[in-house]
Write a protein that binds this ligand. Structure first.
Ligand SMILES: *[C@@H]1O[C@H](CO)[C@@H](O)[C@H](O)[C@H]1NC(C)=O
Ligand SMILES: *[C@@H]1O[C@H](CO)[C@@H](O)[C@H](O)[C@H]1NC(C)=O
Ligand SMILES: *[C@@H]1O[C@H](CO)[C@@H](O)[C@H](O)[C@H]1NC(C)=O
Ligand SMILES: *[C@@H]1O[C@H](CO)[C@@H](O)[C@H](O)[C@H]1NC(C)=O
Ligand SMILES: *[C@@H]1O[C@H](CO)[C@@H](O)[C@H](O)[C@H]1NC(C)=O
Ligand SMILES: *[C@@H]1O[C@H](CO)[C@@H](O)[C@H](O)[C@H]1NC(C)=O
Ligand SMILES: *[C@@H]1O[C@H](CO)[C@@H](O)[C@H](O)[C@H]1NC(C)=O
Ligand SMILES: *[C@@H]1O[C@H](CO)[C@@H](O)[C@H](O)[C@H]1NC(C)=O
Ligand SMILES: *[C@@H]1O[C@H](CO)[C@@H](O)[C@H](O)[C@H]1NC(C)=O
Ligand SMILES: *[C@@H]1O[C@H](CO)[C@@H](O)[C@H](O)[C@H]1NC(C)=O
Ligand SMILES: *[C@@H]1O[C@H](CO)[C@@H](O)[C@H](O)[C@H]1NC(C)=O
Ligand SMILES: *[C@@H]1O[C@H](CO)[C@@H](O)[C@H](O)[C@H]1NC(C)=O
Length: 848
């Protein structure tokens, strides 16, 4: 029987909890006053010009009915009859395609609409929504609903066309139901090696995607299983396509290049892309898919990358590989997205001129013009891999005769895995708005991927989302702003990221001004703060790339994967110059290359991406590199502390369930931001020996190290590896081994003046066990908690004491006087030996 100290509050069951399932499509009722104000100018019924229940126009009618009823409390009848059409100003919502609208004959629309585009005309209660196709009509309906859900009833006459035709999401779901880099539970698409039986969530997801104008999805991991192409799976994919079709979302899959061959389905002797049996196999398989799913989107391929098979295996070019699928898809109008993420993952960090960042250009530049017209090369935004800051991939500048798409990540693989708030669109904007100056002319990345710059008919966006079975899709309510803004930016990359955020806030949490302000403030501060405390000046996210990609590990970069920092005791940064380094700066067109080649003209925030410098090198800001590291880590972590009280100010203004969920995450982030700060600043202090001018790094006047407390029971000190993951490099644990159920006590006599303090406890929460902790002051219980973050958070958990598992809680407002005895009791659970790092006795306003 485990000890109970009786302090855990019982959480009352909430009858109707907001669980995030509807995302930004909640259609919350408008306040009565607003409802009445517009009651007279509302439409009286809905005319949806299509009666086929799988058509997006039909869906639009249903969505309008549901939305208007929930927002305004009035259920409108839907009619599919053209005769309902009377005069242009009559009071109803009309939704249909351009051709259906023109057939009404009264007056043809002279507006230029491109596929998926729409015209939305609002004159009081007369609302006309015309899509160039059914999808466009649905997008227009969502636009109208988004306006009234935000209390906007103004007249409007807008034509909205997509900037790019390809606006897809990618899901890295495996057939066993796991998701690579997913932080929100299991797959909604697959379970037990097959397509899931219940696809309710899949169709709900299609609705969310359509509302932000996403028109395609690739449902499985780019590290693909050949069994995606068995007859059984194809039948399952047909069910997925059926559930997404009413929302105009077309379905495709990632392919394993070797699928037909001996290591795959064993139906051909080889997977050589030029072998006639292989060509015939892919053609037949593709025809079979289209027979069952006529609007099939196409394929995504990761070839010859990170151990995946590909055409290079047979000395064929990557273009040969892509064109194999392009030929099979072409008769059906399908598309092949071919990833440019091809690199050698067995590099030697000792070779100064080697550089993974050079790989995409090196592999693809020579192939420009060799890809068929239905191939799109899908290029990650930066040359490495979704880091907290990267320059735009130079490859965007070098494919004038090839379709290109940009790959962005909504799932926060290197950005806190949805347990840190990071609103990523400002990061994406640094790439989309970047001017490559190809041929000395304006060449924004967004105009390259839209096809405008090089006059391509195809191109666009692929966003890796990785939603899961968690009711709130991404495992974090606030992270959904990233998905919302992704879709909207793929439609219009000139959109203002703060306005998009605020649309999302009003739709998700309501229009109360303080709610909008607080969520805007913390979201807009979140990426700069995260960059500050994880890896600044272009050094990349300093995480453990061999393990979870979550917490800090600055020394984990110099290995075969090529995400190097080249830090030693006096210097840091990748020398990517042409003059003395890897030559990467020379991959950019001349005007851009000149900027990055030169230390003086390289912006501070990319300094260490392009240059290898002394820690004492002075930035444009006047600070040294090392002092900037210290300051930025302290500033960023301090910013993360402010998110908690900012959110708490919304208590009562946000429903209890979502308020609590978000608060839990922001508190975790505040603690883990300090882990990042201390680990990175401590690591470089240790490496360089250069002191922090503000004397913060390595000095923790308010901390008492667990190892220096009076230990009894099973507690004993352990050295933590990596050393910077623990305060003073040392923690204490109880026992060891899988059946560990020992206990221990750590006590200390406090030597702080009489006052009210926050008591912070640094400890470790590893995967598997749920250790039990109690804090006592002079024998009286203060707080008890469990090491059970794995039940509440979605990031990848570590099984070791390290900076992924390091965490911290704060017990607020404790009255302390000199001589008080603070004691922590820890009860081990399995491999979690109630590990404890330190306690900190913090006067109000101090964060140590
Ligand atoms: C209705 O939608 C279906 C399915 O999208 C389509 O095939 C049909 O042509 C549409 N009918 C009209 C009248 O637009
Ligand atoms: C509808 O249009 C007619 C003329 O086109 C006009 O007389 C009438 O006032 C309009 N009705 C409304 C409600 O705007
Ligand atoms: C509108 O366009 C249709 C063809 O889409 C045509 O048959 C019809 O005559 C046009 N109507 C007018 C008023 O121009
Ligand atoms: C997967 O298999 C397990 C055990 O075989 C079963 O309990 C579970 O319900 C299955 N899940 C689905 C979604 O079919
Ligand atoms: C798969 O389906 C195709 C087309 O329906 C059929 O020709 C083939 O025999 C099936 N394969 C297996 C292994 O059942
Ligand atoms: C590919 O070419 C290399 C040398 O260019 C040769 O050693 C190798 O055997 C070739 N591989 C195949 C599968 O043809
Ligand atoms: C763009 O490409 C189209 C063919 O797709 C061609 O007709 C047109 O002339 C091109 N425009 C420019 C400016 O090159
Ligand atoms: C030039 O490269 C060498 C390695 O080849 C490196 O040791 C040296 O620090 C670099 N010089 C400068 C000024 O970056
Ligand atoms: C670092 O500083 C030393 C001494 O000032 C200088 O000789 C060296 O070139 C610098 N190294 C780099 C990479 O700038
Ligand atoms: C990030 O760090 C820089 C440098 O210390 C500081 O100027 C900036 O205010 C910080 N921003 C945030 C949000 O932490
Ligand atoms: C760095 O840490 C090591 C232990 O990992 C220690 O031996 C060394 O003294 C530290 N150096 C500095 C400058 O703190
Ligand atoms: C730091 O840890 C060492 C043992 O690893 C211990 O001897 C020393 O007292 C600790 N320092 C503090 C300030 O607790």
């Amino acid at each position: 029987m485990r000890a109970r100290w009786g302090l855990l509050a019982l959480v009352a069951a909430v009858a109707v909890a907001e669980n995030g399932l509807s995302g930004w499509l909640r259609y919350a009722p408008l306040p009565d006053g607003q409802r009445q104000q517009y009651a007279s100018s509302l439409p009286s019924h809905i005319v949806a010009l299509n009666s086929t229940s799988t058509s997006p126009v039909y869906t639009a009618g249903q969505e309008l009915q549901d939305g208007i009823q929930r927002i305004l409390g009035r259920k409108l009848k839907i009619s599919q009859e053209h005769s309902a059409w009377t005069s242009f100003n009559s009071s109803f919502v009309l939704v249909g395609t351009l051709s259906a609208y023109d057939k009404l004959g009264s007056q043809n629309l002279s507006t230029d609409l491109v596929p998926d585009g729409f015209w939305l005309n609002i004159k009081g209660g007369a609302v006309t929504i015309v899509g160039q196709n059914g999808r466009g009509a649905l997008y227009g309906a969502f636009e109208y609903l988004s306006r009234i859900a935000q209390g906007n009833f103004a007249d409007a006459d807008i034509v909205s066309n997509p900037d790019a035709p390809i606006r897809w999401v990618n899901e890295w779901d495996n057939m066993d139901g796991t998701i690579e880099r997913g932080y929100a539970g299991r797959s909604i698409f697959f379970a037990n090696g097959s397509v899931a039986t219940d696809l309710t969530r899949v169709s709900q997801y299609a609705r969310l995607l359509a509302s932000v104008r996403i028109n395609g999805i690739v449902v499985n991991n780019v590290n693909a299983n050949p069994r995606m192409l068995t007859n059984e799976t194809i039948a399952g994919l047909k069910r997925i396509a059926d559930s997404m079709r009413p929302y105009g979302v077309r379905v495709g899959i990632s392919l394993n290049f070797a699928s037909p061959g001996p290591d795959g389905l064993k139906e051909t002797a080889t997977f050589d892309p030029l072998d006639p049996t292989v060509i015939a196999w892919w053609e037949a398989k593709t025809n079979q898919i289209y027979q069952q799913i006529p609007d099939w989107a196409g394929y995504l391929v990761k070839a010859n990358s990170e151990g995946q098979p590909g055409p290079l295996t047979y000395n064929r070019t990557l273009a040969d590989g892509a064109n194999l699928f392009a030929r099979a898809l072409r008769p059906h109008g399908g598309i092949i997205m071919f990833r440019a993420f091809v690199y050698n993952s067995n590099m030697n960090p000792a070779v100064w001129k080697d550089d993974r960042a050079n790989a995409a250009y090196d592999f693809f530049k020579e192939l420009d013009g060799e890809f068929l017209d239905n191939v799109i090369v899908q290029i990650k935004y930066g040359p490495i891999d979704f880091q907290v800051r990267e320059p735009a991939s130079p490859l965007f500048a070098h494919l004038p005769n090839t379709n290109a798409a940009i790959e962005l990540q909504i799932t926060q693989e290197y950005l806190g895995q949805q347990d840190h708030l990071v609103y990523t669109p400002p990061l994406w904007k640094t790439i989309l708005d970047f001017d490559m100056r190809v041929g000395g002319k304006p060449s924004l990345v967004r105009d390259i991927v839209s096809g405008q710059r090089f006059n391509r008919t195809l191109g666009g966006y692929a966003g890796v989302v990785n939603v899961g079975t968690n009711p709130n899709w991404l495992g974090s309510h606030l992270a959904m702003s990233n998905l919302y803004a992704y879709g909207r930016l793929a439609w219009d990359p000139t959109g203002d990221v703060q306005s998009l955020l605020q649309d999302w806030i009003r739709l998700t949490f309501g229009s109360e001004p303080s709610v909008v302000k607080v969520i805007t403030d913390i979201s807009m501060a979140s990426w700069p703060a995260y960059e500050n405390y994880t890896g600044n000046l272009g050094i990349q996210t300093l995480t453990d790339i061999l393990y979870t990609h979550f917490g800090p590990c600055p020394q984990c970069q110099e290995n075969r994967w090529g995400q190097w920092t080249r830090a030693d005791k006096s210097t840091i940064g990748m020398d990517r110059t042409v003059s003395n380094g890897t030559g990467n700066s020379g991959q950019y067109p001349p005007e851009v290359a000149a900027v990055f080649e030169n230390l003086e003209t390289t912006p501070d925030n990319l300094l260490l991406w392009f240059h290898h410098v002394n820690y004492t090198h002075r930035l444009h800001s006047g600070k040294t590199v090392i002092q900037h590291f210290y300051d930025a880590h302290y500033d960023g972590a301090a910013a993360a502390q402010t998110f908690v009280p900012a959110w708490q100010s919304l208590q009562g203004k946000v429903d209890g369930a979502r308020f609590d969920d978000v608060l839990f995450k922001l508190r975790f982030q505040a603690g883990h931001a300090l882990v990042w700060r201390d680990a990175v600043a401590g690591y470089y202090y240790n490496l360089s020996g250069i002191a922090d001018e503000a004397s913060r790094v390595g000095h923790h006047p308010y901390r008492i190290e667990a190892e220096s407390m009076a230990l009894s029971g099973g507690y004993r000190p352990v050295a933590v590896d990596p050393f910077e993951a623990a305060s003073n490099s040392t923690a204490i644990v109880v026992g060891s081994g899988p059946n560990n159920n020992g206990s221990g006590e750590a006590a200390t006599v406090l030597d702080f003046p009489l006052g009210t303090y926050d008591i912070a406890v640094g400890y470790f929460d590893v995967a598997g066990g749920r250790a039990h902790y109690g804090a006592f002051l002079n024998g009286e219980p203060l707080h008890e908690w469990y090491g059970d973050l794995e039940d509440h958070l979605g990031h990848e958990f570590s099984t070791k004491l390290d900076a992924h598992s390091a965490t911290r809680i704060t017990i607020p407002n404790v009255d302390v006087k000199r001589g008080d005895v603070l004691k922590i009791i820890g009860l081990a659970d399995g491999n979690e030996g109630a590990p404890l790092d330190y306690v900190a006795i913090l006067p109000k306003g101090v964060v140590d």
